[in-house]
Design a protein around this ligand. Structure first.
Ligand SMILES: Cc1ncc(COP(=O)(O)O)c(C=O)c1O
Length: 435
């Protein structure tokens, strides 16, 4: 496999763009050296790079593309809307139409405001919670890796450059599935916490009753309960993880997944709270999600079309079924290659991640890079094994077979060391203090 055009473009991009890309998770340090640098086209579950190499791709669009690339219903809706214009002096009727559509599936919400990025929605949830409660501190789940690009979250990571300590001090962290730890935060910061924000589930499911208990504890202490459904929304259930686990948050946030890759996010919540962002109340006003491009019409049309596909077809069922087939096959080939404890596939079937450990059983970026390299050589581009609706059983079966081959190399690298097989250095974690 040749990456010559990627190499040339990488040199140009790094000279012009810090990091060579506009999203850290897509950056060169996240991939092995022998990887496609740029993708030019996608269709369904396949993509093509600038050198013409074809891959079966997983976690498309950082998990935002849930139906598949260039999905006809979504593209047709966006294209038709583009012919009519994308941004006017007043809102488009699509804003109300998508609001109705989204609230018909996310039943905890009575009002919704749209943004472009997931971070728009989570940061708005924080601001709204602070205004509603008159408190400054927030509690976020420390076991969940990402909530926002904004200072209230990035300030808590090992990469807090440029963020004042006063802002960093306002975000507190608690452990997942550990009610006593959250209770400790409320005790130590009595009357100061505006909201509890978390994902319903990451790689480990919630203990029975845990989410309801978090909500009850938050309410007992006068705080709001916010679920970040960026990944779980339109994957766990059409009504989000909140429907799957039957817990109604005060506010919830959606992004990835609601527009099949188009830029649209949503803050959904109870009317009593959300109305503070409006113009019909006597409370303190909150500047809630108001941006030039917030109501861009083709993205709203794409989201309406996406919800339409989910309502007509059993997308959620297929995501779980395809993921289950993949997980079963990968687990089998890992056992056959003799790497089972060192290479793992975990998570809910619609949202599978892989773990790579070295011969000592420690998490290893060297082994991750090697695994990705060997998959790429065989036409599989995978930072995780998150499926979309367009992955066919043939895609899944081809993936299992090729991963089996990649794991034979993985086995050898466990014995001989990854340096012998890996071209270049290891992948790196995004949140690190030095480049
Ligand atoms: C759980 C979660 N919340 C929020 C975000 C932020 O979304 P965005 O990158 O669209 O701003 C992400 C993005 O990775 C996420 O995974």
């Amino acid at each position: 496999m040749d990456f010559e055009h990627s190499r040339q473009l990488q040199r140009r991009a790094h000279a012009l763009i810090p990091g060579g890309a506009h999203t850290y998770a897509k950056g060169d340090d996240q991939f092995p050296q022998m990887a496609p640098g740029f993708i030019v086209r996608g269709k369904g579950s396949h993509v093509w790079d600038v050198d013409g190499n074809e891959f079966i791709e997983y976690a498309s669009g950082l998990r935002a593309v849930t139906l598949g690339h260039a999905y006809p219903d979504v593209i047709d809706a966006a294209r038709s809307q583009l012919e009519l214009g994308c941004n006017f002096a007043r809102p488009s009727p699509l804003e109300a139409e998508l609001a109705e559509q989204l609230l018909s599936v996310i039943t905890s919400g009575e009002m919704v405001k749209f943004g472009k990025h997931g971070s728009d929605a989570t940061s708005a949830a924080v601001k709204l919670s602070r205004s509603y409660t008159g408190r400054d501190k927030i509690a976020i789940c420390g076991d969940h890796p990402f909530f926002s690009v904004d200072d209230w979250f990035i300030g808590t990571t090992p990469m807090p450059g440029g963020i004042p300590q006063t802002i960093r001090d306002l975000t507190l962290k608690f452990k997942y599935n550990d009610l006593a730890d959250l209770q400790r935060l409320f005790t130590d910061n009595s009357g100061q916490i505006a909201c509890v924000m978390m994902e319903a589930e990451k790689d480990i499911p919630p203990e029975p009753g845990y989410l309801a208990a978090v909500k009850a504890l938050a309410h007992q202490h006068g705080a709001l309960f916010v679920l970040d459904e960026m990944i779980t929304g339109f994957r766990w259930h059409l009504g989000g993880a909140q429907a799957a686990y039957d817990v109604a948050p005060d506010l919830s946030t959606f992004g990835k997944g609601i527009g099949n890759g188009f830029s649209v996010s949503a803050l959904v919540g109870r009317r009593e709270i959300m109305r503070r962002g409006g113009i019909h109340h006597d409370e303190e006003r909150v500047f809630l999600l108001s941006t030039t491009h917030g109501g861009e019409t083709h993205s709203l049309a794409a989201a309406i079309a996406t919800i339409g596909v989910y309502k007509r077809e059993d997308v959620i069922g297929r995501l779980h079924q395809a993921g289950a087939r993949l997980q079963a096959g990968l687990t089998l080939v890992a056992a056959q290659a003799g790497v089972a404890p060192f290479f793992t596939v975990s998570g809910r079937s619609c949202n599978l991640v892989f773990g790579t450990r070295d011969a000592e059983g420690k998490p290893s970026q060297w082994m991750r890079a090697l695994f990705m390299q060997e998959c790429i050589r065989r036409g599989i581009l995978a930072t995780s094994f998150v499926v979309n609706y367009s992955h066919t059983d043939a895609d899944i079966d081809a993936t299992i077979e090729r991963v089996g081959e990649a794991l034979d190399i993985y086995r050898r690298a466990l014995d001989d060391g990854p340096e012998k097989y890996l071209v270049g250095g290891p992948t790196k974690i995004v949140f690190r203090p030095k480049a």
